[in-house]
Design a protein around this ligand. Structure first.
Ligand code: HSE
Length: 443
């Protein structure tokens, strides 16, 4: 019998527990597939005594994850702690320097330090695998890095956060409040420890940064990503979108353009009859456009213990078989410098919702500001005020001057023109709240 592959697991939360259960359930099959037993020999967690839905009996406990990373008995350090800095980073670096393979689902760490950590892994001749870091159970890292190697990729986009997709789906289907549905997502174990990473769009951006590097062969550059979350999306937007034939999804988009790479994360209006608009609940989806293959779309569970453990396991199996690939496909020193394309050149239609004082001339002034920026309107409709839309029960009806909700859809225009027009409308004083603006994508 070949030597067992010995794992040190740091972090026994939702995904860690899922991995312990998966290894226990598939012991024989994994041995058959890789030709060697795969064993968790030591674990580390913040709370040793916490009750967990997995059998850890007989497994050595190491209180310091950094000590576990360097432990002479382990071959692979599995990092499921999370976080871009601190103990997770320290432990991963310690493992790589000690010549241990690393498997991680830590998208924040890699989005910020991916290129440097990849260089460290290469220097030490070990793997740095991160299938579980992007889109939960969907095997998209391998798809791009291995399956699509022969292609020139021009665009990657998708729904990359299960929590946001769950919230938007539930808000639409059940007319429920944002906060109420967020609480439910946290209880289901989808949300990050700090849910602002999910709802603020940062978790999507972390994953997008990794997809961008894999697809375009560039150094990871999280800071170049334009990020908007879903916190400002209201039931009024969801209702108006539906009446206009759209669904709202939080999308991450990376495009290679003539002026550089554009990476953006923001709520997006998608036509109801497209495949991506129908990816619901905790599901994720990643679409990749390549020159030889054409367009590929992967859909599957984007969060949760089981799906993410499945992805982590695939990375461990690679190591057990002796496969060590360059983390981002290219040698780290050959990853190209990142050139950012200006977001303001983004073209497409826009949905705009304004809370307008119900005064004579307000409509005309708004239309004039749009026209002054050369923006052509596809439709302009006065709708029920926000306070009268179901699901908005907790927001108090505004007192004072009566308001109307005005929803506009523009024809194709530029980001810069829309921003200028909205700034002028705000300055004119006809609106009582920051305008809502959602980009329409024809994908
Ligand atoms: N919080 C993440 C999500 C988990 O909701 O998608 C998977 O990264």
């Amino acid at each position: 019998m070949a030597n067992p592959l010995k794992l040190g697991l740091a972090g026994i939360g939702t995904v860690g527990t899922g991995l312990v259960r998966l290894i226990a359930a598939r012991t024989d099959v994994l041995r058959e597939k890789t030709g060697r037993p795969i064993e968790i020999v030591a674990v580390s967690a913040r709370n040793k005594r916490k009750k967990r839905d997995a059998d850890l009996s007989g497994i050595r406990f190491v209180s310091d994850p950094v000590a576990l990373a360097r432990d002479p008995e382990i071959d692979v350090f599995v990092e499921l702690i999370g976080g871009e800095e601190g103990i997770a980073k320290e432990a991963v670096e310690a493992a790589l320097l000690a010549g241990k393979h690393v498997v991680t689902a830590n998208k924040a760490l890699l989005a910020h330090h991916g290129t440097a950590l990849a260089a460290m892994a290469e220097k030490n001749g070990v793997a740095l695998n991160f299938e579980g870091a992007v889109a939960g159970g969907i095997p998209v890292v391998k798809t791009i890095r291995e399956g699509l190697q022969g292609n020139d990729i021009t665009r990657v986009f998708g729904i990359l956060n299960g929590t946001c997709n769950y919230i938007l789906t539930k808000m639409e289907r059940e007319g429920r409040d944002f906060a109420d549905v967020l609480k439910e997502a946290q209880e289901q174990g989808y949300a990050e420890a700090d849910p602002t990473f999910d709802i603020g769009g940062f978790d999507t951006a972390h994953k997008l940064a990794l997809l961008t590097s894999l697809a375009f062969g560039t150094r990871t550059n999280f800071d170049a990503i334009y990020v908007e979350g879903i916190e400002t999306i209201t039931p009024a937007d969801i209702e108006a979108a539906s009446d206009l034939g759209f669904r709202i999804k939080l999308l991450g988009v990376a495009l290679r353009t003539d002026s550089g790479i554009e990476q953006r994360v923001h709520p997006t209006m998608l036509q109801k009859d497209t495949a991506i608009a129908n990816v619901d609940g905790v599901s994720n989806c990643v679409a990749i456009d390549g020159d030889f293959i054409g367009d590929v779309m992967l859909i599957g569970p984007g969060a949760g213990g089981g799906p993410t453990a499945s992805a982590v396991m695939s990375d461990i199996v690679d190591i057990a078989r002796g496969t060590v690939l360059r983390p981002f496909g290219l040698k780290a020193s050959n990853l190209k410098a990142y050139k950012k394309a200006a977001m303001r050149t983004h073209e497409g239609g826009y949905y705009i919702r304004l809370s307008v004082y119900d005064r004579t001339g307000a409509f005309a002034a708004i239309a004039q500001r749009m026209a002054a920026q050369g923006i052509s309107l596809e439709s302009i409709v006065q709708r029920r005020p926000e306070s009268e839309v179901p699901g908005q029960g907790r927001s108090p009806r505004k007192k004072g001057e009566p308001q109307a909700s005005v929803v506009m859809v523009t024809h194709e225009t530029t980001e810069a023109a829309v921003r200028k027009a909205l700034a002028a409308i705000e300055r004119d004083g006809h609106v009582d709240a920051k305008p809502q603006m959602i980009r329409i994508e024809k994908l």
